[in-house]
Ligand binder design. Sequence first.
Ligand code: NAP
Length: 215
Amino acid sequence: MTKITVLGASGQIAQLAEKLFLKDNNNELVLFLRHPQKLNQSELDKRREKIIVGDASKLAELLPAIQGADIVYANLAGSNIEDQAKTVVKAMDEAGVKRLIWISSLGVYDEVPGKFGEWNKNILGSYLTTYRAAADQVTTSNLDYTIIRPAWLTNKDEVDYEMTKGANTPFKGTEVSRLSVASYVNDLVENPSKDIQANVGLNKPNTDGDKPAWY
Ligand SMILES: NC(=O)c1ccc[n+]([C@@H]2O[C@H](COP(=O)([O-])OP(=O)(O)OC[C@H]3O[C@@H](n4cnc5c(N)ncnc54)[C@H](OP(=O)(O)O)[C@@H]3O)[C@@H](O)[C@H]2O)c1
């Protein structure tokens, strides 16, 4: 059995990823979230999915969800995401859990080139500073992490992505589907020794432009 703890389990990418995880009968999920009513309870597989309600910035609430996990997948958000990252790292250290998949954002390393990079900075503003501070908590930890920096997210029903590896590698493209991100997360869950200490940009190929197509 592989025990996967999902933080922010009612998040949009997280819910897509959970469906993929459950396709493997060897996976068991701990769904950590603040608002369980956001999950469709009738769709839960009660034998393999366990809900723990809590706030990721509170160590005492988080720790029981992390203890015994093989992999932690953090799909968190919010202006206190740095505090959440600090708490996740601390909880994992205390519980002796090493493998972390952390969803961040394009642009946190000022790695998006050209006009799109400028547009992205203008639109996202302090979100980028906050998300960078959270990513720093992860990259300076002793954990086996993979940081994922998706492009602008779409709900297209497609898995179509390429990667730019390394915080200083120029980002490519403008968009990527949430299902693509979930699919890459599932790939890491299936191959946990893949992309350790990697910092990965994800984008849909051939979507370069000055801004995402729908703006
Ligand atoms: N939109 C874009 O184009 C874009 C591009 C790149 C990266 N991103 C980032 O990618 C990440 C994932 O995207 P998504 O679409 O899956 O986001 P999402 O649906 O907003 O999911 C984020 C989850 O984090 C949970 N959360 C926030 N604070 C928490 C806390 N203190 N404790 C526990 N859970 C908490 C939220 O739960 P609640 O229901 O309790 O609030 C929510 O379910 C986000 O951080 C997003 O900012 C977005």
